[in-house]
Ligand binder design. Structure first.
Ligand code: DX5
Ligand code: ZN
Length: 218
């Protein structure tokens, strides 16, 4: 299990120190939650641009960028300068399958791995046709928009269904899950066949990042 730490809930004041500590605690990725105030209510763009700048100065760890935005192309262009490892956008941001495919290709043309995310109520079958062209599917285990929510149990069934489909089709697409993941829910996440778990408050609000990340990885 890989761990991608969401830095959405990190406060500005101690942010540099916290990023150092997360790297020392062996997070596998920094998960960057970009919100545009349109696709979701919150607008985190300036905060995330600032955090990406800080992280790039102090760390070589990969950035896992999660775009919760309507205008995907504009934000891909804005974050590409940080040379992220993965950029994930939402299926629900697109008005047609052609648009989804265009955006997949656009991210890949910039030499970045691409992820496609689905909200809790989107039927997972809708994204099956894109699986051969993407690096990962990000299954939202809460409604996108804010940190600190409780995991929605039905999303685990979505992840299991996707796992079975990927395995039966012999695809190598990874599955990432995001929202409400902590030491209480990590076992359910593992049982659902997730490869990468995003955790925000579960790590940031814990006493000892190293211990928490170690336990989440087991
Ligand atoms: C929700 C974000 C998540 C979330 C994770 O819109 O995509 O990354 O902030 O935070 P926790 O782990 O606190 O739910
Ligand atoms: Zn996220």
């Amino acid at each position: 299990m890989y761990i991608s730490t969401s830095i959405l809930s990190v406060e500005e004041a101690n942010s540099t120190k916290i990023f150092y500590n997360l790297e020392e605690a062996k997070t596998d990725y920094f998960h960057i939650d970009v919100m545009d105030g349109k696709f979701v209510e919150n607008d985190t763009n300036n905060k995330m641009l600032n955090y990406c700048n800080i992280i790039k100065q102090i760390s070589n760890l990969p950035l896992d960028i999660h775009l919760m935005v309507n205008d995907v192309k504009q934000f891909v262009e804005e974050y590409i300068k940080f040379e992220p490892d993965i950029i994930t956008f939402h299926y629900e941001s697109c008005s047609s399958d052609e648009e989804v495919m265009k955006l997949i290709n656009f991210v890949k043309e910039n030499n970045v791995k691409v992820g496609l995310s689905i909200k809790p109520n989107t039927p997972v079958e809708k994204i099956y046709k894109f699986l051969p062209y993407i690096y990962l599917v990000l299954v939202m285990t809460v409604e996108p928009g804010k940190g600190g929510q409780s995991l929605i149990p039905s999303t685990l069934e979505t992840a299991k269904k996707l796992r079975e489909h990927i395995d039966s089709e012999k695809l190598d697409t990874y599955i990432e899950a995001d929202g409400g993941i902590n030491l209480d829910t990590i076992n359910d996440i593992k049982n659902a066949g997730i490869d990468i778990a995003v955790s925000g408050n579960g790590i940031i609000k814990s006493e000892d990042y190293k211990e928490t990340i170690k336990k989440l990885k087991i």
